[in-house]
Write a protein that binds this ligand. Structure first.
Ligand SMILES: [Zn+2]
Ligand SMILES: [Zn+2]
Length: 568
């Protein structure tokens, strides 16, 4: 088989963590040598794959059509295409047998049915935000770290593209900040309080963070200063995401001995006080007995080291039994619980519900999330609905785009006519059109033209989000438990809010009334039985949804999920 190597990197923000062109080429060269691939041509391109009409891409397509090559070798599939038309062209080349194989260093895609589906998804998934987390970016970052270069900018350092390192972006000293920061860190090492050093750095030395698009140019915050003081990067070490420790190529700010010294000092002084805990599930759970809100409460207890009495110590500073001050106790046992309990606010009902420890609560919800699944029939039905919609939307868009394009064309013609008129010999005395008149008329036409052009660009960018919506729903069903368990309080709360409008705590059991029981069903047959008895069995009730106009609800639900931050 004959392969074409295709490397691409754009200047767009989502490509900033992708390997440089020479680095892509180097890796693919190595791969080809290792696997004995015959390379007939190497094409490199700096262009966005959102746009049509890429030069080298078109060359590659032509060569494959002419039979000069029948395989492609790329660093990652998203290097090939990010728009439906170019993606469709590649799939067409596979369908017609011109293109037999696409290889990446981690994957071989052969021209069969499943490959086609995979490519469609891959090319349609052009959602910018998710790209930062994509497999290829992670792989790129890892390789970069293994070569001793961190992929994230660190304060005091900046990126340059260095010829010596194959035009790779590497971290070098940021002259504006490195020396100031170094001086500040050494002041801390010499024993000055962190807070005072930070004041000196920001106020007396005028330290400011680098300017970025939205943020930056700010004094260094205390939390970020602490991050620097605890970051081994500054004494020359970097880590891969799976914890492999690598000696960095960047110039360290402090020695390892100084770093160790610093850690001991900071530990002695105590870490900065954590922000007050924001408790989860606020107002989302109600009591199954009295209907009051269930709140989350923290309990602090201390066991006195002298008399072994256990007492609430949130406000008490001394033992309630023997009066020993906590600060004077020798290593007392400190306990901290978080639990859910009914607020019991109703005067007329004497609610006897016990509280539930936080861990139990989390456990019960996790088990529920683990059983969630989304019925394939429901998915295909929603997919159909969305397809129908996007087709009619496409018709409308095509017409609007034609209209807009003709406004642009007409404006261009008007501008030319106007200029001809203004500069014609008959207008030498401004009898036809005066200078002010000309300027005004020109301004109006240009405004009209620019307006239409902006709308055109917007419209072109409105991509069909069908795949993304469906993928989100799958993702939710598949990953909800994991995200719930690993996520912070906010994520946990968001998932619950999304899933069920009604959580009830009764006799230490959480009952979840799902808002859309037919959308996410439980895997266990028992709950399917329940749904059936309510006429909500998902696979047979699709007619019912359509009759009742539930499709809008289904689609907006899924899109609501997509719009939330849950897939972060
Ligand atoms: Zn209650
Ligand atoms: Zn005591």
């Amino acid at each position: 088989m004959k392969y074409i190597v295709y490397c691409r990197k754009s200047t767009e923000s989502e490509d900033r963590q992708i390997l440089s062109l020479p680095a892509q080429k180097r890796e693919l060269d190595d791969y080809a040598k290792k696997h004995n691939l015959e390379i007939v041509e190497v094409l490199q391109e700096s262009a966005s794959a959102y746009k049509l009409g890429r030069n080298k891409f078109n060359q590659m397509v032509a060569k494959i059509q002419n039979g000069q090559a029948d395989g492609m070798l790329v660093w990652a599939l998203n290097r090939i295409a990010r728009n439906a038309l170019d993606g469709g062209m590649i799939i067409h080349l596979m369908d017609t047998g011109c293109l037999k194989e696409i290889r990446t260093p981690s994957n071989i895609v052969k021209s069969d049915g499943s490959a086609k589906f995979m490519l469609q998804i891959e090319f349609a998934m052009s959602k910018k935000s998710s790209d930062d987390n994509s497999e290829s970016v992670k792989r790129g970052n890892r390789e970069k770290i293994l070569r001793g270069w961190h992929h994230r900018r660190h304060l005091g350092y900046k990126f340059v593209e260095s010829e010596k390192f194959g035009w790779e972006k590497i971290l070098v000293i940021d002259e504006e900040r490195y020396e100031l920061l170094k001086k500040a860190v050494h002041l801390v090492i010499s024993g000055k309080p962190v807070r005072n050093v930070l004041k000196t750095l920001n106020n007396d030395w005028g330290f400011r963070t680098p300017k970025t698009k939205k943020l930056g140019n700010k004094p260094l915050s205390q939390s970020n200063f602490y991050k620097i003081l605890h970051d081994e990067f500054y004494c020359g070490w970097i880590y891969t995401s799976d914890g492999q420790k690598i000696k960095g190529n960047h110039q360290p700010m402090i020695t390892e001995t100084e770093f160790d010294q610093l850690q001991v000092m900071l530990a002695d002084r105590g870490k900065p006080r954590p922000k007050t805990l924001d408790l989860p599930f606020r107002t989302l759970i109600s009591c199954g007995e009295c209907g009051c809100t269930v709140c989350m409460e923290e309990k602090y207890q201390t066991i006195c080291s002298v008399c072994k009495t256990k007492f609430a110590s949130k406000n008490n500073k001394q033992c309630i039994s023997c009066g020993t001050k906590i600060s004077k106790m020798n290593n007392p046992t400190r306990l901290h619980y978080l639990y859910a309990r009914c607020t019991k606010k109703k005067q007329d009902i004497k609610c006897g519900q016990p509280s539930l420890p936080y861990e139990d609560l989390i456990n019960q919800i996790s088990i529920h999330l683990d059983q969630l699944t989304i019925s394939p029939k429901v998915v295909s039905w929603i997919l159909n609905q969305l397809q129908k919609r996007s087709e009619s939307q496409l018709k409308i868009n095509t017409q609007s785009m034609k209209n807009l394009q003709s406004i642009v064309d007409r404006s261009q013609a008007e501008l030319e006519t106007l200029l001809k008129q203004f500069t014609s010999p008959e207008n030498a005395d401004y009898s036809l059109i005066g200078p002010d008149e000309y300027r005004n008329a020109k301004k109006q036409i240009i405004e009209k033209k620019e307006n239409a052009e902006t709308k055109l660009v917007d419209m072109k960018q409105q991509s069909d989000s069908t795949y993304e919506v469906i993928e989100s729903a799958f993702n939710f069903a598949v990953t909800a438990r994991d995200k719930f368990e690993k996520g912070d309080y906010q994520t946990k709360t968001d998932i619950i809010r999304y899933l069920g409008s009604n959580l009830v705590l009764k006799d230490r059991k959480i009952i979840i009334h799902q808002r859309y029981p037919w959308l996410f069903t439980k895997k266990v047959s028992e709950s399917l039985q329940n749904l059936r008895s309510q006429g909500l069995e998902p696979e047979r009730s699709i007619d019912l949804y359509e009759k009742n106009g539930i499709e809008d609800l289904a689609i907006s639900t899924l899109q609501g999920y997509q719009g939330s931050n849950l897939d972060g």
